[in-house]
Design a protein around this ligand. Sequence first.
Ligand SMILES: Nc1ncnc2c1ncn2[C@@H]1O[C@H](COP(=O)(O)OP(=O)(O)O)[C@@H](O)[C@H]1O
Ligand SMILES: [Mg+2]
Length: 263
Amino acid sequence: MMEQDITISFQNVYQTYKDPKDAILKGVNMVIPKSDFCIILGRSGMGKSTLLRCINGLVQPYEGTVTVCGQQLKKEKTVLRNIRRRTSMIFQNYNLVNRLTALQNVLCGMLPEIPFHRAMLGVFTDGERARGLSLLKEVGLEDFSDQRVDQLSGGQKQRVGIARALAQNPEIILADEPIASLDPVTSEEILKLLKAINQKNGITVIISLHQLEFAKTYGERIVALLNGKLEIDKPAIQLTEKDIGRIYGLCDDREGVKLEVVS
Ligand SMILES: Nc1ncnc2c1ncn2[C@@H]1O[C@H](COP(=O)(O)OP(=O)(O)O)[C@@H](O)[C@H]1O
Ligand SMILES: [Mg+2]
């Protein structure tokens, strides 16, 4: 793969929140090409969120290197600012500002172009509003722009989260369990929307998920974390029962996984 076709690369990444003996990531190697649609699987606690946080520099490895959009991640403010501008994040709990409208939340994604106090006061230029409205239209919420987000359904809130992520004009969207609080039908709608954005805008999308069936249906590429290592990294259609057994373990008392998804 040519260097310019790579968006993210991990080289021998070790990360810990405490002590190297409690490392969460233990030598992760991973290359994500531009415009990839990648799903990260793994049991709860295996380090999916940690892996995503390494990509936008929210946490730093104590060994190894992470390179994002050609820039090696360092603690320096200018590097972090640069990389965070190019990566947007979507969360399980949406992380919206409840007392603001859908449009105001989307416009918050244009920070730091729009100062936060101006966003909080709802003072926007016509150009900013027009762009925010067109993003809400892109996620199917054009009729809800003036609605306070605490009055929206979970799926609608996540759509606002996606529009806010797009407002930043990112090259990469990191979605940390974006459907974990949603019902199955809404979950599929959100995954379809993320896939459409990936295909239309060529934005690299990386999603951590619990649900194996959704991962197999919507993922193009699946990576799986097990005991600190990237145990699996392959196209979704090549995922085997044996792989699934490895990811989720073979005993019955494992956390968060129902037997029927494995069979
Ligand atoms: N901020 C933190 N401080 C200390 N330990 C953490 C922190 N965040 C996560 N951990 C620990 O790191 C491990 C991996 O967590 P996480 O990356 O959230 O896994 P996942 O997203 O796969 O559930 C867990 O054991 C968790 O308790
Ligand atoms: Mg997590």
